[in-house]
Design a protein around this ligand. Sequence first.
Ligand SMILES: Nc1ncnc2c1ncn2[C@@H]1O[C@H](COP(=O)(O)OP(=O)(O)OP(=O)(O)O)[C@@H](O)[C@H]1O
Ligand SMILES: [Mg+2]
Length: 332
Amino acid sequence: MASSAVAYIHAESEEPPADVVGAHQGLRRVWTSVQMVAPTDSPVLIQGETGTGKELVARAIHMRSRRSRGPYVQLNCAAMPAGLLESELFGHERGAFTGAVSQFAGRFERAHGGTLFLDEIGDMPLELQPKLLRVLQEQEFEPLGGTRTIRVDVRVVAATNQDLLQMLRERRFRADLFYRLNVFPLALPALRERREDIPPLVEHFVRKFSERMNKTFLRVPDEAIETLKRHHWPGNVRELENFVHRAVITSPPFDLRFPLEDLVSSAQPDASGAIRTLAEAERAHIMDVLNRVGGVVGGREGAAARLGVARTTLLYRMRRLGISTGAGRPEL
Ligand SMILES: Nc1ncnc2c1ncn2[C@@H]1O[C@H](COP(=O)(O)OP(=O)(O)OP(=O)(O)O)[C@@H](O)[C@H]1O
Ligand SMILES: [Mg+2]
């Protein structure tokens, strides 16, 4: 994008967008940083657990940048096999590989003049990382199967829920790419670290879904709020949002009832007291949820929605943990 003197026109408000709820200091700090970094062309790395609002922040950065009229393109690096990821990102020439019947513009080319949001950047295969680094540094790359160099003007915003520093130590993520992306890090707090935001978030989601469904509820029961404030919320804001959505669907008008009994299992510690690895705990939790929903992964009532992650993310994790897609289905 051509540099100009009118670059800093979009930072008109210090407040987060109207549909973003939260008074917690850590969250406010993030929004102050969004104001600062949005109008620049700097890469941004958003870190936070699943469902903490990373995508929300990425979009806000684009909307408040001088690229807001340009394209906003996103790609989830975890949702795609490594082989496909390269052509998705950088495109390919006709005949680059079997099945490449025509030329294909990748996400970088399509994001020209705008922002490319690379979600789950921790899943970017090592062998692709140098190519990504080069675009970040030189703004140029070659599509697969070609010698043509394409120049683009793209601002990259990346997000991850993995510990990239740890991945660096394990040599699963390149240090040069990490430092290039980490120019401006933003860390989103987990919902359990900002429990005071739970009541306003519940109100916000009750209003949102009841309006959408043309239902009226007089009040949110205080006792329920207390239970919700104590819950661990492994799926963070998305889990809370889905939970409220379910309550609004299933409650009769004027009488909001939360299915609090559904909450118990997700925060239960291992009964034996033995320390489990993270993978073991993740595996057990996914299996537990699959069993409860009859093995359904996608859809509103499926395991992915319950766990507060995208269907593709859950499928990816299941594959990594060796859980078959038929797991949890009732035997006929
Ligand atoms: N502070 C907030 N106020 C209102 N809604 C929020 C807030 N934070 C997150 N949400 C909502 O929670 C849901 C999850 O947010 P988002 O998709 O941005 O999370 P994420 O960190 O990208 O999750 P994942 O790691 O699973 O991709 C969205 O519906 C979003 O609108
Ligand atoms: Mg996301």
